[in-house]
Design a protein around this ligand. Structure first.
Ligand code: A2P
Length: 273
């Protein structure tokens, strides 16, 4: 078993702080190989989504790995077109079928969209109360979306999965989430690879004798952020979870914080419908 740290979510469910993201991996062998490799290396958290089109391959890999389902933390997401009460119930059922699983550990609203997330959330609360999902959360929500959702819901999202990396440190949103006991989860923690060329990060990597990816992921871990780096390469899959044998001091943490440029690699949640 891995030495990956775990965090306790606001409903008491425990989640690994590092998982494998499978965005851009095609269904079938591509995603199957990566997930099996990650599980062999000790990962116990896999993050997929209906929109990635690879839930079937993820489900197959989990079965093929021989690791009991209950030892794996599986996340998937509700796609924008499926928002709404009845359509969320239906989309969730279809995800379960593709994943070939009786339940999901974490189900997220993928993007807030325009005006339907409260209906979607009511359906997710039902699925949660029915025991089909162990924890429910959101993705790409800004503070104003969360304010609006919290005002009319009974279950507080356990996580908000957002684009977060040293060029987009999201300090305000992180502090908002922390004050509502919502864990922040980072998608594209490596800025889709763009950050690997950064001079400051390269200097820190040299100093700590680690890779730039490890420096960034360790920064996430020390900030209490959950990270789901994507890699389809066995060596990098292994590298990305080897984070427990070094630490970054306060001064170096600060120099990473200072790289913030409010620069997104993905869409702005306020205009992505
Ligand atoms: P690959 O799948 O070939 O490893 P993000 O998670 O921020 O979206 O970044 C994913 C990108 O970063 C992918 O292109 C992935 O490529 C690459 N990547 C993942 N881990 C590492 C690593 N440890 N070193 C270099 N590149 C990495």
């Amino acid at each position: 078993m891995s030495d990956i740290l775990q965090v306790k979510l606001n409903n008491g469910v425990v989640m690994p702080q590092l998982g494998l993201g499978v965005l851009k991996m095609s269904d079938g062998d591509d995603v199957r190989k990566a997930v099996i490799c990650a599980l062999r290396e000790g990962y116990r958290s896999i993050d997929t989504a209906k929109a990635y089109g690879n839930e079937t391959g993820v489900g197959q890999a989990i079965k093929d790995s021989g690791i009991p389902r209950k030892e794996i933390f599986l996340t998937t997401k509700l796609w924008n077109r499926d928002q709404g009460y009845e359509s969320t119930l239906q989309a969730f059922q279809q995800s379960l079928e593709r994943l070939d699983s009786e339940y999901v550990d974490l189900y997220l609203i993928h993007w807030p969209g325009k005006d339907n997330y409260k209906n979607s959330w009511r359906a997710m609360e039902k699925l949660y109360n029915d025991g089909l999902i162990r924890a429910i959360g959101v993705s790409n929500f800004q503070a104003h979306h969360l304010d609006d959702l919290l005002g009319s819901s009974t279950v507080v999202p356990v996580v908000n999965q957002i684009e977060l990396h040293p060029y987009l440190t999201q300090e305000e949103l992180r502090s908002y989430c922390s004050s509502h006991d919502i864990r922040v989860e980072a998608w594209s923690p490596l800025g889709q690879g763009a950050l690997l060329q950064d001079q400051t990060l390269q200097g820190l990597a040299k100093k700590h004798q680690r890779s730039v990816a490890q420096i960034i992921l360790r920064w996430d871990i020390q900030n209490g952020v959950i990270a789901i780096p994507k890699s389809a390469n066995p060596e990098r899959i292994r590298e990305n979870m080897s984070l427990c044998d070094f630490s970054i001091d306060a001064e170096d943490m600060k120099s990473i914080d200072n790289l913030d440029r409010n620069q997104r690699t993905g869409p702005d949640p306020d205009v992505f419908f």
